[in-house]
Write a protein of this length. Structure first.
Length: 210
């Protein structure tokens, strides 16, 4: 797995944006709910080239639903739940880098702490999102034998699952690219994409050069 363990668990928090004043409100509220009780300590993706080289999949799409996600524990911790996730069901509109079966639901895991699946579902944003994703299907943070994963209804160990990089969720917003965590920004090596379309173009150019 390419993400560090700490980043994987604690930093799948989103970056925000919006299309209209209504979308602005819903997106801000969605991200605020998702980020409740989250921490920030991450190594940024240095550039679009870096993102394309590390990510297993980069897509543009829409979040259509939120459902229960993985629950991760370790017997070493007495079975205590170490991380509880929500599953974002994403409709793929464009594959920018990597490959994925079209038509199948893209299941993206994000950690929830103070937030809830019900609250996130109620606040689904009506706007495009770019996701820079790591494949966590075979991820076992405590080792194969020492990781206990509880799969929710409708998801099992054979399903392909992804998690976004900390600086790997970008929403469309008012003709601008906005961040929902003040500490999370695009590194200098990205140049200065100002909209989600410019970000997509930057990523596509990097993918075409590989």
């Amino acid at each position: 797995m390419h993400l560090t363990f700490a980043v994987s668990l604690f930093l799948s928090a989103c970056l925000i944006g919006c299309g209209s004043s209504g979308a602005t409100t819903s997106t801000v509220a969605f991200v605020a709910e998702l980020q409740r009780a989250q921490s920030v300590d991450y190594t940024p993706l240095e550039s679009a080239d870096h993102a394309v080289s590390r990510a297993d999949l980069i897509i543009r799409g829409r979040i259509e639903d939120v459902r229960d996600g993985l629950r991760i524990a370790s017997p070493r911790g007495g079975g205590r739940i170490f991380a509880e996730m929500a599953t974002l069901e994403v409709r793929i509109e464009e594959v920018i880098s990597g490959s994925v079966a079209r038509g199948a639901p893209l299941r993206v895991q994000v950690r929830i702490a103070g937030s809830s699946v019900t609250g996130l579902r109620r606040l689904l944003p009506d706007t495009d999102v770019i996701l820079i994703l790591d494949d966590i299907t075979k991820w076992r943070p405590f080792g194969e034998e020492a990781t206990s994963i509880e799969y929710p209804a409708g998801v099992d160990a054979d399903d392909t699952l992804f998690m976004p990089y900390t600086d790997g969720i970008w929403f469309d917003g008012d003709g601008a690219l906005r961040g929902g965590l003040d500490q999370v920004t695009l590194a200098d090596g990205w140049g200065s994409p100002r909209t989600i379309n410019e970000l997509e173009d930057t990523l596509r150019a990097a993918a075409a050069d590989r």
